[in-house]
Design a protein around this ligand. Structure first.
Ligand SMILES: Nc1ncnc2c1ncn2[C@@H]1O[C@H](COP(=O)(O)OP(=O)(O)OP(=O)(O)O)[C@@H](O)[C@H]1O
Ligand SMILES: [Mg+2]
Length: 296
């Protein structure tokens, strides 16, 4: 299904890459003796779609949670929209959070609330949105994510995995955020639902000029959406660059992840100009990758 939004923004230019909106400096995060991040640096500029990749337990979710202010760094600084998150008062923190939307890795929706109430929840938390306006906003968000209004009264248990993700996105964009965080948005989706999800994020990026930070294990989604890929390994961001540059970095995780069979197959989704910049190992032997695709 192609959402009307995708049609509407087809010819719209991509948002311009502008000022730095997230600046993480010398970040260290420890849980007891477990050092998750050490001297980590990471930047995101307005208009970018940055994919964070890394092994399980490498600290991707923890990094996002610290940027969102849900978890405190052990040391180091995090600036969002130019403001140091450790120096702001609760009111400023609330305002900052309203400029950020989040789709969590687990528990995307409240199971006891209808679709309508799930999407309305961040607006109700604001406390002063009249019911009639609330209804219009919720219906508009549902339409934006390509779900017919008739789904508004359904409970999450009655939705497919792809629909749950869409409702999760509708809720994340309810307050019209400037920054959207997605933690494994396509996990558990079949390839078609993943493709639709990529289309939706791409359309929202154009329509709302969103900046997106996305954690993903899904190489196809990463290649299709990201302007840069940040690789989390050895407790830091090893590199944050377009994927064709990342593939040149000599590191065991990067070699295995990007130059393995799955990686090479996904990299075939790049445009010819970007593919021309890949290291030769990423391009050959492509026949293995094609054989894998045929077998899937
Ligand atoms: N609240 C917490 N208390 C203690 N340890 C934690 C907590 N949250 C995360 N950790 C630890 O921090 C490390 C990083 O976890 P995190 O969830 O950020 O990894 P991840 O990269 O998102 O992994 P995955 O790909 O499996 O989602 C892990 O060793 C985890 O056990
Ligand atoms: Mg995680």
């Amino acid at each position: 299904m192609i959402a009307p939004l995708t049609h509407a923004v087809r010819d719209q230019p991509l948002p311009e890459i502008a000022e730095t909106v997230i600046e993480v400096r010398n970040l260290t995060k420890r849980y007891g003796r477990n050092v998750v991040h050490q001297h980590l640096n990471f930047d995101v500029r307005r208009g970018e779609i940055v994919a964070i990749v890394g092994g399980s337990g490498s600290g991707k979710t923890t990094l996002m949670r610290q940027i969102l202010g849900l978890e405190k760094p052990t040391s180091g600084t995090i600036k969002v929209f130019g403001q140091d998150t450790s120096q702001i008062d609760p009111e400023e923190a609330r305002l900052m959070r309203s400029r950020m939307g989040m789709l969590f890795q687990q528990g995307a929706l409240f199971s006891s609330l209808s679709v309508f109430d799930n999407i309305a929840q961040p607006l109700r938390e604001l406390g002063k949105v009249p019911e009639e306006l609330l209804r219009d906003i919720v219906m508009l968000k549902l339409e934006m994510v390509g779900l017919p209004c008739k789904n508004a009264s359904k409970m999450p248990a009655a939705l497919s995995g792809g629909m749950i993700k869409r409702v999760g996105i509708a809720r994340a964009i309810a307050l019209e955020p400037e920054l959207l965080f997605l933690d494994e948005p396509t996990a558990g989706l079949d390839p078609r639902a993943s493709d639709e999800f990529v289309e939706l994020i791409s359309a929202l990026h154009r329509a709302l000029g969103l900046t997106v930070v996305m954690v993903t294990h899904d190489l196809d989604t990463m290649v299709a959406l990201s302007s840069r890929v940040a690789v989390l390994a050895d407790r830091k961001v090893l590199v944050a660059a377009p994927v064709e540059e990342v593939a040149h970095v000599d590191h065991p995780f990067i070699r295995e992840y990007f130059l393995g069979l799955r990686g090479r197959l996904a990299l075939q989704g790049l445009s010819p100009e970007r593919r021309a910049k890949l290291p030769s190992e990423a391009l050959e032997p492509a026949c293995d990758a094609i054989a894998l695709r045929t077998a899937m």
